[in-house]
Design a protein around this ligand. Structure first.
Ligand SMILES: [Ca+2]
Length: 206
């Protein structure tokens, strides 16, 4: 068959060369997608393969307080420190039992909140639902007695908006913190109780 073709005119020779070249090109093209497909199979790296998803994720997290204690509370469980844990649940300003209130209305008091996950802090948000803003000092607390003051100023009356959120942005801390201590000074403005509905800790896990 081949010899018969070679004996034909030049047109047939050119046709044979073209066909052989086409077979060679086809074989070369078929192997490329197979290799490319194999390269797309992803496997976990040894560093993250054995970690649970919540630890492997990187990024900023927002936490509401998990537990709380205070210098004094007006009652228990109404107006107790635990009323400042969890998400905000006091819809409007007023003397509502779903927010923390101290025993006295003209005293200096503290509220300390613990959070589930220690973070490198970038912000603290304090939701106040009665007579804002009499917060005088805010400190971050960590393990081994570590503390960092991120806010300190005299009480200033705030009319709007209400509920009022005191947002304190900080340069990302170099240490981990998992608690916030808030000091309210109700002795200056004569407004009465400064009630706190919820407190949020914002930061990165690494
Ligand atoms: Ca509350």
């Amino acid at each position: 068959m081949l010899m018969a073709l070679l004996k034909q005119d030049r047109f047939h020779c050119v046709t044979l060369i073209f066909l052989l070249g086409l077979v060679w090109l086809t074989q070369g093209c078929v192997s490329v997608p197979e290799e490319a497909g194999a390269a797309l199979i992803l496997t976990p790296t040894p560093e993250t393969a054995n970690l649970p998803p919540e630890i492997a994720q990187v990024g900023e997290i927002h936490q509401w307080a998990a537990t709380a204690e205070a210098s004094t509370s007006y009652a228990d469980p109404e107006w107790a420190a635990e009323q400042a844990t969890g998400e905000p649940n006091t819809e409007r300003c007023g003397d509502f039992q779903t927010a923390w209130a101290s025993s006295g209305s003209d005293s200096i008091e503290w509220l300390e909140l613990q959070f589930e996950t220690p973070v490198f802090v970038t912000a603290v948000n304090i939701v106040q639902t009665f007579n804002p803003n009499q917060v005088a000092k805010v400190e971050l607390l960590g393990s081994l007695g570590r503390s960092l003051t991120i806010y300190e100023q005299g009480p200033v009356q705030v009319d709007q908006p209400c509920p009022y959120m005191l947002s304190i942005a900080v340069e990302k801390t170099t240490a981990l913190y998992n608690a916030v201590r808030i000091t309210v000074d109700q002795s200056v403005l004569g407004l009465g109780w400064n009630e706190i509905d919820a407190v949020q800790l914002v930061g990165d896990t690494e």
